[in-house]
Every structure is written in structure tokens, then in C-alpha cells.
Write a protein that binds this ligand. Structure first.
Ligand SMILES: [Zn+2]
Ligand SMILES: [Zn+2]
Length: 336
């Protein structure tokens, strides 16, 4: 099969042996694989050894099944939960699977099994969720990042009327805003990049550009600050900003991941009673609910998906990651 192999800090499309099905696993022909900030940080910080196949936002079609697989047959379409939750630890058995250490450490395409930037990928049956026919492959690949947003919104305890701020309107910030709005929240976001503010508007979310005194505007519109601020920019300095923006007694939910220290003023958080809620990954339930919301179009992320690109473009996509001026999710289709 063809796969985008990461070696020496560069991607090249190579022919590698097809994965073999194992017991209780299937081989999927990958029909869409989304790329996100996690992939970019693995790439730019060289977090994995040579020969890695990235890609953890995967939709595909079953082409072969391993021993003991009865519930799946060739032709079935699936979205993949890339985290192999151990199912035994205290976190897994108490509904906090998103924090399962062995599961996160062995995430597909992120240091665990080979990911979806290839024509074929092996996935355990326990990781598969059925994709209804109405869900086109690029949307199937976006169930995974939608599940990340879904978990964050659940952690933020969003209810009808909750006032929400979103710092950073990349795909995750937009997804969090859309999920929060679907739950009845009033959502106001901001981003330093004008094209992202424009796409928030196109999705019907309130959003302000950086030169529009966004924090003051959001504070006004939420009468004293949002109940919940989602920090989705991934910039460490934005965490303190979120605490200033939230209302007294409000909370800050971290949706992004951070790779450098942040300066914070604990007294400010303390005196204003701001809670800090880091939201990492998702539980199987979050994933299933995100899939259902996309499949039923209760949340329409269609406008965020542009034409998927072939495997040959992977290096190009990573080169342009930080400077892209489209808000669309980056999706690779290894079958083209
Ligand atoms: Zn991702
Ligand atoms: Zn576990």
C-alpha cells in the first residue's frame, strides 16, 4: 500500500507492506483522514521516530476482517476511535476513559499503531463505530475532533442560556462553539486571524476580530463576562486572558494542548473564583454523541470541509499549516 511516511522530519509517499488483519481487528481502506494541531506538533517537534504513519482522525471502509470478527463485513463504513482505552484502569471503569494513560500513550497515529495517512489501516473492532451512508467520508473523519469539542462542552456544563466565550476559532474552537450553541448557549468568539472570524460568522456564531476590542465587546454582550470561556487557541498566554474574560465564579475550559509554560496570576484566579478545567480527548460516549450529531445534521460542519487532498500533498499541507488562510479542516483522501 501507499503511505505517507515521516522520516527525518519530512513526509514521503512510499510503498510499504499491507497491514495484516489480526484477531478481533479489521483492515479499513482509508477514505478520509483529518489533520490537526496535534499532528503538526508531532511533526514540528519531531516527537516520533523515523518511519511513523500519522493520522488519528479516520474514516474508512472495511476490506478484510480478522479472526473472531462477526459484527463487521467488507463494505461496512466506520469511523475510528483512535484511543485504545485499556478498559481496566480506575479511570476507564469510572467513566473517565479520556484520561486512560495506557490508552492515550498508544493512540493510533500518535505513537501507537500506524495511523490513517495510508491507503489501509488496521483497527480493533472495539474502536469502530458505524458511519451511516449519509455521512460523507470527510465528515466521518471529523467525528474525532468533534468528539474533542463534545467532551469540552460536557465538562463546561453548558445549558440553555449559558454565556460562552471562545478564544481561538480554528476547527476546535469553532466545533466547541457549535456544540455549545446546539446545547442552547450564547456564543461569542474571537481570533487574531480575520479569515477565522469570517468563518465563525458564516457558521452563525458571534465573533469579533482582534482589532475590534473583542474582550470588551464579549464582556458587554455577556453582561460581565462569559460563564464559560473555551481556550482553543493553544497559546499559553491566552489562558490568563481567558481568566480575565470569564465572569466572577466562571470557568475556563482548556480545549487545546500546550507545549510551553504559561505565566499565570494565581491570586487573580483565586480572588475571582475562576475554575480551570483541562479537557483532554473524549470518552467513547462523547465520540458516539458527536457521531450522532453529525449524522443527523444537528450540527452542520459541512461548510468547514473543502476538497480532500491526496497523500502526495501531505508535506505541502504541513508546510502551509501555520500560514493557511482557509478555515477549512485539512483532510487527506489516500484513495485519490
Ligand atoms: Zn486531531
Ligand atoms: Zn484505562
Amino acid at each position: 500500500m501507499r503511505a505517507a511516511i515521516l522520516s527525518d522530519g519530512r513526509f514521503s509517499v512510499e510503498n510499504v507492506p499491507d497491514p495484516e488483519p489480526q484477531e478481533k481487528s479489521v483492515i479499513l481502506a482509508v477514505s478520509a483522514c483529518g489533520l490537526c494541531g496535534t499532528d503538526h506538533s508531532i511533526y514540528s517537534n519531531r516527537l516520533l521516530g523515523d518511519g511513523a504513519i500519522l493520522g488519528h482522525e479516520i474514516a474508512g471502509t472495511v476490506v478484510e476482517v480478522g479472526q473472531g470478527v462477526r459484527e463487521w463485513t467488507a463494505g461496512d463504513r466506520a469511523a475510528v476511535i483512535p484511543i485504545p482505552y485499556c478498559g481496566r484502569c480506575e479511570l476507564c471503569t469510572s467513566g473517565q476513559q479520556n484520561l486512560c494513560g495506557p490508552g492515550l500513550a498508544a493512540m493510533m497515529g500518535c505513537g501507537g499503531a500506524a495511523g490513517g495517512l495510508a491507503e489501509l489501516v488496521r483497527a480493533p473492532v472495539s474502536s469502530l463505530r458505524r458511519l451511516p451512508g449519509a455521512v460523507v467520508p470527510p465528515l466521518g473523519a471529523l467525528v474525532e475532533p468533534m468528539a474533542v469539542a463534545w467532551h469540552a462542552v460536557r465538562l463546561g456544563n453548558i445549558r440553555p442560556g449559558t454565556r460562552v466565550g471562545v478564544l481561538g476559532l480554528g476547527p476546535l474552537g469553532l466545533f466547541a462553539g457549535l456544540v455549545a450553541r446546539q446545547k442552547g448557549a450564547l456564543v461569542f468568539g474571537t481570533d487574531s486571524r480575520p479569515h477565522r472570524v469570517a468563518s465563525a460568522h458564516a457558521l452563525g456564531l458571534g465573533a469579533f476580530a482582534a482589532d475590534d476590542q473583542p474582550d470588551d465587546r464579549i464582556r458587554d454582550l455577556t453582561r460581565g463576562g462569559p460563564d464559560v470561556v473555551f481556550e482553543a487557541s493553544g497559546r499559553p498566554e491566552s489562558i490568563e486572558r481567558a481568566a480575565h474574560l470569564a465572569r466572577v465564579g466562571g470557568s475556563v475550559v482548556l480545549v487545546a494542548s500546550y507545549h510551553s509554560p504559561a505565566e499565570m496570576t494565581p491570586g487573580h484566579w483565586f480572588n475571582r473564583g475562576i475554575s480551570l478545567l483541562p479537557s483532554i480527548a473524549y470518552t467513547p460516549q462523547d465520540f458516539e454523541e458527536a457521531l450522532d450529531a453529525i449524522a443527523t445534521r444537528r450540527i452542520d460542519i459541512g461548510p468547514l470541509v473543502i476538497r480532500p487532498r491526496p497523500l502526495e500533498d501531505v508535506q505541502d499541507v504541513f508546510d502551509g499549516f501555520a500560514t493557511q488562510t482557509e478555515s477549512a479542516k485539512l483532510v487527506i483522501d489516500p484513495s485519490i
